[in-house]
Design a protein around this ligand. Structure first.
Ligand SMILES: O=C(O)CCC(=O)C(=O)O
Length: 321
């Protein structure tokens, strides 16, 4: 598919039908670092991502897909679907209150080879946007469906401020992007994402467990509480793409309903692995590897954990798989 065709598909989808203000060429003297030259983005979209480190594409994923993902998730929670390689995670305060099923499971991950969830990571329009950010050789590295059940009152549905790069033993950061799709209307009431625009231009910060009670693996950064943040309100099917250094988190689900999102981190297959021993990432690497040892009886390297779940979804394999 050529760029203009892909662009038209996206613009039609976004309710625009003209190619005016589209810039497929590098602007003379411009210095784009975070997006690709061969892009379906308009000039404004490209500038927005470069400046802020994220972009929201409205209604990118069809309701019918999202409804199928929801139904499959509920079947998984009720033990009615084959898990394959999917890993279930639970909210700790809801567990201590005896919650079950959808009221307890707050995340499932490693979805890339599931016959239903794979429709998300293979979605052509989604990959067209990913390609505009990281290039044509795309590997799905880490996929999740995140369920925020109504909070127990202990605020464990909070996801503290963090940078996703902390979790990843591969680089360069600019060739990694998260896609996160709202599965219903998401606002401050049910725990929307919030972010510090432009923070993707900074460096990887120290992450630790915060003072408040949070779920397993939810390390956070300190010192950013007073920075201006945007609340990223989204409608069902809206999809945010964001850089792995963008400082972001999500709030408490104060509503009486579930708040769901489906998400995947993609990396260019040209990325390479790094050794995180002795770095800021050692803490999380050890935590993940201890869990893998406990749950699967496997003693592996941090990069193997990602290799095990990586799936080429467009282009060709280079160094990541
Ligand atoms: O879905 C959420 O509430 C938080 C997701 C998030 O911040 C992440 O996966 O990095």
């Amino acid at each position: 598919m050529n760029s203009n065709f892909r662009l038209n598909v996206l613009l039609n989808h976004l309710g625009k039908n003209k190619l005016n203000h589209v810039n497929l060429q590098r602007t003379a003297g411009s210095n784009y670092e975070y997006t690709q030259e061969d892009t379906i983005f308009t000039y404004e979209m490209r500038e927005f991502y470069e400046t802020n480190g994220y972009i929201i594409i409205p209604k990118l994923i069809e309701d019918s897909y999202i409804d199928t993902f929801r139904e499959h998730f509920i079947n998984i929670c009720e033990g009615k679907a084959d898990l394959g390689g999917i890993v279930l995670l639970k909210d700790k305060s809801l567990m201590s209150m005896g919650a079950k099923g959808e009221h307890l499971i707050n995340k499932i991950q490693q979805l890339s080879y599931d016959p239903i969830f794979e429709k998300y990571i293979l979605h052509a329009k989604l990959l067209d946007v990913v390609q505009s950010i990281i290039g044509p050789n795309i590997v799905a590295m880490h996929s999740m469906l995140i369920n925020k059940p109504p909070d127990s009152g202990k605020q464990t549905s909070i996801h503290p401020l963090h940078q996703d790069l902390y979790y990843f033993p591969f680089r360069p950061a600019n060739r990694i992007v998260a896609a996160w799709t709202a599965m219903e209307t998401i606002t401050e009431d049910n725990g929307c994402l919030y972010a510090i625009p432009g923070s993707h231009k900074g460096i990887l910060q120290v992450h630790r467990y915060p003072d408040m009670d949070v779920n397993h693996g939810f390390h956070g950064i300190r010192g950013y509480d007073d920075y201006p943040k945007v609340n990223l309100r989204m409608e069902k099917g809206d999809t945010i793409f964001f850089h792995p250094l963008l400082i972001h988190g999500s709030g408490v689900n104060k509503s009486k309903n579930f708040r769901k999102a489906i998400s995947c981190h993609f990396a260019a297959s040209e990325c390479h692995y790094i050794d995180v021993r002795g770095t800021l990432q050692e803490l999380i690497a050890n935590e993940v590897l201890n869990l893998v040892k406990k749950k699967l009886g496997l003693q592996i390297q941090f990069e193997d954990y990602y290799k095990m779940n990586a799936r080429l979804v467009r282009g060709r394999e280079i160094t990541l798989i």
